[in-house]
Design a binder for this molecule. Structure first.
Ligand code: DGY
Length: 343
């Protein structure tokens, strides 16, 4: 049976190993730019009866009662109160990735719906990408590439001087799973590692990577050559880095953001870069995404912007899918949910 067949076209209810009807799970769509990857569908169909949003809307009467989980792939489908009201048997939303700022946890909880995410699946790739941005920015990779492919190629030894990463000081704001993996990598680059967590100092992890805890974020900002943001977006971290914080940074420092665009006051960042308050920025995330075509950040030579791609590898996407499947299955069986997001 191909995934293109809808639930309606199938001969009868799908049954799992235990002979029970496979649970109905709502997904946004399959394939295309936003849909669940086509090569994941075969795996998912062994566990669930997938219903796309289109199918759901066309067959609401039948599916409303049936759907017990939402497989939220890259923030889709959008979950609002209307959708929650129309799914009385919804038990769990499995969200891909680590960030959960696109979900209203209180609202979901008020409907008795549990939530899971996939923090461990994304951490290695996202940390690798944090290092990629740091190296690319400090060694002017994009500028160098553009010159190397331009019609007027002239190579002079005085050009392209960058800043060293090895031996420099890295300040990690938010040393959770991803931040810690960045620290592990930075250790191999013989960097001095500072970190700041708002709530929790982790002595075991800090000694494993030789990181120094900064109780005050200001100390980290003042001392770091590279400030890397790997915090979750919450009301407390919204615009955590604003004019004041940027002014505390060294004029030679680079800001790297692999968390969420809204953690930085973007107007203040533009101003800081224009006025040489800091040297450079490397951003995998912005607000909005993508930025409008005429946005000043897109025109600055000392800024690298990538399209929110830090966790984008095939292996990670596959792992995310497997983690989401496990969470849904556990949630529907009333077992402890792996990677449950607690309110
Ligand atoms: O949160 C994450 O895992 C990534 O940013 C993708 O949304």
């Amino acid at each position: 049976m191909s995934y293109q067949q809808t639930w309606k076209e199938r001969a009868g209810p799908e049954r799992g190993m235990e002979g029970q009807e496979l649970p109905y799970v709502l997904i946004d769509s399959i394939g295309g730019k936003h849909g669940v990857f086509e090569d994941h569908v075969e795996f998912l169909k062994k566990h669930f009866q997938l219903s796309t949003m289109k199918e759901y809307l066309e067959n609401k009467k039948f599916l409303s009662e049936k759907i017990r989980a939402i497989y939220m792939w890259y923030h889709k489908p959008v979950i609002n109160e209307g959708l929650l009201q129309s799914l009385p048997n919804l038990k769990i939303v499995a969200s891909s990735g680590v960030g959960i700022d696109h979900l209203d946890l209180k609202l979901l909880s008020s409907y008795g719906v549990k939530v899971s995410n996939t923090p461990f699946a994304v951490s290695t790739d996202t940390a690798d990408f944090g290092m990629t941005l740091m190296l690319a920015s400090s060694r002017r990779l994009v500028e160098g590439y553009q010159m190397a492919i331009s019609p007027n190629r002239e190579y002079f030894p005085a050009d392209w001087l960058g800043a060293e990463v090895s031996g420099a000081t890295l300040g990690i704001v938010g040393m959770g799973t991803i931040g810690y993996k960045v620290a592990e990598r930075a250790k191999a680059f013989e960097m001095k590692i500072l970190y700041h967590n708002r709530n929790q100092r982790n002595k075991e992890e800090e000694s494993a990577v030789g990181a120094i805890f900064c109780k005050k974020i200001d100390d980290l900002l003042q001392q770091s050559d590279f400030v890397l943001l790997s915090v979750s977006l919450t009301p407390q971290t919204h615009k955590l880095i604003g004019k004041r914080e940027l002014e505390l940074m060294k004029p030679t420092a680079t800001l790297i953001n692999i968390s969420r665009g809204l953690v930085v006051d973007q107007d203040a960042l533009v101003e800081a870069l224009q006025n040489k308050v800091i040297k450079a920025a490397a951003l995998d995330v912005t607000h909005p995404e993508p930025l409008p075509r005429d946005h000043p950040l897109l025109k600055m030579k000392n800024v690298i912007i990538t399209p929110h791609m830090a966790s984008a590898t095939k292996k990670t996407r596959r792992l995310m899918m497997e983690n989401m499947t496990e969470s849904i299955e556990a949630g529907l069986r009333g077992l402890p949910i792996p990677n449950e997001v607690l309110l």
